[in-house]
Design a protein around this ligand. Structure first.
Ligand SMILES: C[S@@+](CC[C@H](N)C(=O)[O-])C[C@H]1O[C@@H](n2cnc3c(N)ncnc32)[C@H](O)[C@@H]1O
Length: 269
């Protein structure tokens, strides 16, 4: 493990700028130890002795792929099934209301990390709506994590967070090489699509979604970026649709197009 003194101020600034430009996230100066601990393993893999050599590589013409690796390593991907249960109770209520009304229910798990959030949504929707139309898209800026989401394979210990009846209906226990793991069943995996993309991608979006989960990602943005990101994301939300943020996050009057329904639950006007 490298010492934090081996990453000087200018080098720390380089990674802060890279992360800010690629993701919009603010990596505070106090995160020097985090940057060192997450990147030093990579330096060892590449047999590089110091951060100066690594920065030369990342900033070279050939460094595009390595830039993605830096993003993969410096984003915080903590997540788990049924995180913040009240949001799933709310989702269930909406799904039941939707049961007898025509159109598909469309949900976006924005900044989905390794997919547990999107699959928790899928379990609720399959339970309430079965084969009636519903769609879930998950997206994240970390390529590595999006690939994990697509596989839908998790350590078996994560089953503790899944309600027993859902575990029985929607998860398979790994055997042989997959011993100690669980996989979300194919039927749900086929109904959730995952994309590698940034929330800050500025492009024309259709107000297609009924519900957007944008949880535990806003905390990494400063106030101005956070506002910009929410404005951008809700262009994909239909009028009357819902935006859910993490329980410790708040939009407190940030956006005139949203009304607060409950703490962490907003409705687009
Ligand atoms: C802490 S996880 C939250 C996962 C999940 N939403 C939850 O609440 O459990 C934050 C995720 O945001 C992603 N992220 C950060 N900046 C992003 C951006 N600009 N666009 C898309 N995803 C981003 C990270 O890669 C990470 O997987």
């Amino acid at each position: 493990m490298m010492e934090s003194s081996q990453l000087n101020d200018a080098q720390l600034k380089y990674f802060q700028t890279l992360v800010a430009e690629e993701t919009g996230m603010r990596l505070a100066a106090g995160k020097r130890n985090l940057v060192v601990s997450r990147l030093s393993k990579r330096l060892r893999e590449l047999e590089l002795d110091n951060f100066s050599a690594y920065i030369s590589l990342v900033s070279s013409a050939a460094g595009l792929v390595e830039k993605q690796t830096v993003i993969d390593l410096l984003t915080t991907n903590e997540t788990y099934f049924f995180r913040e249960q009240p949001h799933f109770d709310f989702l269930k209520k909406l799904a039941i209301q939707r049961e007898n009304k025509g159109g598909p229910l469309r949900v976006w798990s924005a900044a989905c990390s390794s997919g547990q959030e999107a699959f928790s949504i899928a379990m609720v929707l399959h339970d309430c709506l079965g084969t009636r139309p519903w769609e879930i898209v998950g997206s994240d800026i970390s390529l590595n994590i999006v690939n994990k989401a697509k596989a839908g394979v998790y350590p078996l210990a994560e089953k503790e967070k899944i309600p027993p009846e859902y575990l029985k209906s929607y998860c398979l226990r790994g055997t042989g090489k997959q011993e100690g793991k669980l996989q979300v069943c194919k039927e749900l995996r086929d109904r959730v699509s995952f994309r590698h993309e940034s929330l800050l991608d500025v492009r024309a979006r259709q107000p297609a979604y009924d519900i957007i989960f944008l949880r535990n990602v806003l905390i990494y943005f400063d106030a101005i970026k956070k506002q910009e990101l929410v404005r951008q994301v809700i262009t994909s939300l239909r009028s009357g649709g819902y935006l859910l943020v993490g329980h410790s996050e708040s939009l407190s009057g940030d956006n005139p197009d949203l009304r607060t329904l409950a703490p962490s639950i907003y409705q687009k006007k």
